[in-house]
Design a protein around this ligand. Sequence first.
Ligand SMILES: [Zn+2]
Length: 487
Amino acid sequence: MLLFFIVGLLVHFVFFASIFDIYFTSPLVHGMAPQFTPLPPPARRLVLIVADGLRADALYELDEKGNSRAPFIRNIIMHEGSWGISHTRVPTESRPGHVALIAGFYEDVSAVAKGWKENPVEFDSLFNQSKYTWSWGSPDILSMFAKDASGNHVFTYCYDADNEDFGAKDATKLDTWVFDNIKEFFHAARNNQSLFSKLNEDKVVFFLHLLGIDTNGHAHRPTSREYKDNIKLVDKGIKEIVSLLKEFYGNDEKTAFVFTSDHGMTDWGFHGAGHHSETFTPFVAWGAGVKYPQKASDQQFNDELLKGWKLEYWKRQDINQADIAPLMASLIGVPFPLNSVGILPVNYLNNTDVFKAESMYTNAKQILEQFKVKMTQKKEVTLPFLFTPFNLLSDYKQLDILRKVRSFIKQENYDEAVILCMELIHLSLEGLSYYHTYDRFFLGISVLLGFVGWASYVSLLIIKTHSSLTRSVSKEVKVCLENIMII
Ligand SMILES: [Zn+2]
């Protein structure tokens, strides 16, 4: 009986573990070559500002008096840059949001089995590809991108999150800490020759992680005065940092800015799921290489949000969260993060058609590289006669598309080149998903058959035990009756 119980427990443990083997496997592959765009980039440096937990509508809407909570950002939308909604995926949490933004892929689900805070797998990021990255904010987020960066070129400045007092009473302190520290940093750089020369290099990134809005949202809900006032504070802080950078770099017009958030928040102050209050995040970009505002007359969206925001005359260009990574990489001219599945939003670029076409070509090759590595890996672990390749993207087809793109670029037929690159990207992504879920059907059937087998065995055993029991009981009754007869 004990043996039966142990075997039963073991079987269920195997079934449970199989869920992780089938569904929670890492989609990431390694060993791809970095891809470059052979043209000079528009920006020398990029500032990424992430307001944690900021909902798109909370930023874009007007208050009761018809005023904007973020007048500086609104002014950018109307006069300097491009804007839209960045659509995030579930889980709408800080870690996966930042991974999508900075590394260009959606959360590796295998992290479920390994804890969310630490990097479950190594991955490449924009920061890793940059010459230098300086980042300020919460240690939980900053450490994710500094730990696996190769060499000493990603610098972090974090507040002490374990210090209970810090930001507990007033969460806006989390943001003012970031703004104050950047100001001090640039002030100190003027008297520090080595830091000064580093700051003047190309391919430099500054990352500001602002946790105040998220913390206020959890504590007071997004409809609260605290949440809304925190947006005002962030807007003012950004304005100051932008003018500080302009002054530091002598108005060289070589800085690109990206402002967004990692996820939104429900009216109740939660996030994690897929409601649009959680998945719609603001996205505003401006500066070197970014398109100026475009007038729009007839914008159609499924949501009715535009009218309420009074922004219907400025073209809204929505993107997926992972597309932000290739956009930032393209602006400062670093290779797209190796594991990125983001598609460069060319509509955001203020650049030549040849630059756009070449950048899309780089993007297509970078995603195709992942497809090729994934296919090789799958081929190696599958018996040759059982291997069914992804037919839509054969070796011949890959070469054919790449050759056509090159000749279109040569003929200055850039639009056709971009369309073909998009086709190659979509096929590569489809192929990546094909190989990632390649064994899922086989494993699923095996587990199902295994379970049916085990259930049948247990049922038979129960029936057998039960019938032998009734047989022995009836035998005992017979003996008993015989004894009574004798008496
Ligand atoms: Zn949160």
